[in-house]
Structures are given as structure tokens and as C-alpha cells.
Design a binder for this molecule. Structure first.
Ligand code: ATP
Ligand code: DNN
Ligand code: MG
Length: 244
């Protein structure tokens, strides 16, 4: 079964929103995919229960998975995973994570792994970063980038880092975190495509009520109206896109 990795040019660029939309987008083409957040920092306590913020948003689009099956590690401190883990004396066991992903691979057509923050986010205090793990996983990667001013530099740098590690890049999705000047967004997309030669999968519009949008099938569909399915079909056909 196919595993995709959703990374971003930064934290808070919209990886969770895109992961949730991606699950719905693939379902509209008949592919049942499971979202999964291997390492979640910034857990919140509600009614005495620890909640993983990103999987809580996934549940707006996936009614089949219980919260405990949507993540592997849940850490309280809202910071880099290496620091949040050190704060709680937690050591990540990557075979534990891989086993949870493998279980999902057997039950679904695809698994959508969401990273934490961007590429050079330390997972371990010795400096082992998200990109090092992604290099080991070697699965098709979707890069989520801001649509507005400042994105060209961040996106090209992220692509350069992925290419240097030979991490397969399925494509880039530009997310409107604010209302942007569309002429600038259009040129941002054009320049990133020119500088990176990486396929642009599509965009996500700014929606003030984005969580309500994610909870509504018709509204979700409007968000991925310009997404290119063939990019994903190719990745689904790639036998090596698995961590089994
Ligand atoms: N298209 C959008 N329109 C409006 N708000 C958005 C949009 N995309 C993301 N947001 C908001 O921006 C914030 C960050 O989005 P999100 O949580 O998806 O980022 P992230 O990259 O997953 O962050 P993290 O690194 O913590 O996982 C959230 O409050 C989210 O609701
Ligand atoms: C807490 C935050 N929302 C994410 N879960 C983790 C972001 C780590 C960013 C590390 C860094 O780039 O400085
Ligand atoms: Mg997220």
C-alpha cells in the first residue's frame, strides 16, 4: 500500500489542513487513505484527557479511525519534538511508529504521514532531524508551502534539501493562510515551478472558517478543485512507496 509524507516549509503552513483535504480528495477518486501524525508536540488537555490537535482535525474527515490510531507519540510542550521529548524523558522508538503505519497500510489504500514543522526539525537531541527520517522512509513527499510573499525562498530551499537527499517529491501545494494578492501568488507559483521543476499539485484557498470547511464535504471539494490527481496516481503505482 502507498505511504505519502506531508511536510512543509515551516510549522503552521497548513500541513494538517492539507492532510485532511488530501484524505477527502483521494476518497473522491476511490482511494481510502488514513491520516497519521507520528509525532505530535503541543498536546492539549481537555476534560482530563490529552488530545492531539492535528489528529483531532483529521477526525473532521475520517470517521473510521479512533484518536489512538491517529498518532504514535503525544507530547505536551508546543515546541520542537526533540525538546518536547526531552522534557518528558521520552525516546522515540521508530520501529513502534513503523509498526503502527504498517497496520494502517494493511487496512487502507494509502497512509498519509504528517511531519512536525519543516524539514530540519530535530527529533532527537543528537541532531537526527525530520529530513533524516524522511530519507530513510523514502516515500513520495508532498511539500506544503505558503502562497504569499516569502514563499519562493522557503519553498526552493526545502526542495533543494529534499533533492539532495534523493527524497521523492510528488509535488507542492500552495496554501493561502491569508487573503493574498493573486497576481503575486500566481507569480510565486510560476517562479517556484521554474526554479525547482517540481510539479505544482494545486492550491488551497484562504477560508476564515477553515475547520467548518473541513467538516463539510462540498466545501472541502471547493478547496481542492484545482488539484492534479495524476501526480498521486503515479505515486500509487509506485511499488516502493511503502515502509513495510
Ligand atoms: N487555507 C487556510 N485558511 C485559513 N486558515 C488556515 C488555512 N490553512 C491553515 N490555516 C490555519 O493556520 C493554522 C496552521 O495550520 P495547520 O495546523 O494545518 O499547520 P501545520 O503546518 O499542520 O502546523 P504544525 O507544524 O503544527 O503541524 C491553523 O490555525 C489553521 O486552522
Ligand atoms: C508545536 C508546533 N505546532 C509543531 N507541532 C512543532 C513545530 C516544531 C518547529 C521546530 C523549529 O523549526 O523551530
Ligand atoms: Mg499539523
Amino acid at each position: 500500500m502507498t505511504v505519502f509524507f506531508i511536510t512543509g516549509t515551516d510549522t503552521d503552513v497548513g500541513k494538517t489542513v492539507v492532510t485532511s483535504l488530501f484524505v477527502s480528495f483521494m476518497k473522491s477518486y476511490g482511494y481510502h487513505c488514513a491520516p497519521f501524525k507520528p509525532i505530535q508536540s503541543g498536546a492539549v488537555q481537555r476534560d482530563g484527557e490529552w488530545i492531539a490537535p492535528d489528529p483531532e482535525i483529521y477526525q473532521l474527515v475520517t470517521e473510521h479511525q479512533e484518536m489512538k490510531d491517529l498518532y504514535a507519540y503525544l507530547l505536551e510542550k508546543p515546541c520542537s519534538p526533540h525538546l518536547a521529548a526531552a522534557h518528558e524523558q521520552v525516546q522515540f522508538d521508530f520501529s513502534f511508529i513503523n509498526n503502527k503505519v504498517n497496520k494502517l497500510e494493511k487496512a487502507y489504500d494509502g497512509v498519509i504521514l504528517e511531519g512536525a514543522g519543516g524539514l530540519y526539525v530535530p527529533l532527537i537531541e543528537d541532531g537526527y532531524c525530520m529530513i533524516d527520517w524522511m530519507e530513510e522512509l523514502h516515500v513520495p513527499t508532498i511539500l506544503v508551502a505558503r502562497a504569499g510573499v516569502g514563499t519562493i525562498n522557503h519553498t526552493v530551499l526545502s526542495v533543494e534539501a529534499l533533492v539532495r537527499r534523493k527524497i521523492p517529491i510528488a509535488g507542492i501545494i500552495f496554501n493561502h493562510l491569508h487573503e493574498e494578492e493573486e497576481g503575486i501568488v500566481k507569480d510565486n507559483i510560476h517562479m517556484v515551478e521554474k526554479l525547482t521543476k517540481v510539479p505544482i499539485i494545486g492550491t488551497v484557498p484562504y477560508r476564515e472558517n477553515i475547520l467548518d470547511v473541513l467538516a463539510d464535504q462540498d466545501e472541502r471539494q471547493k478547496c481542492y478543485a484545482d488539484w492534479e490527481i495524476n501526480v498521486f496516481r503515479e505515486a500509487f503505482a509506485d511499488e516502493s512507496a511503502t515502509i513495510a
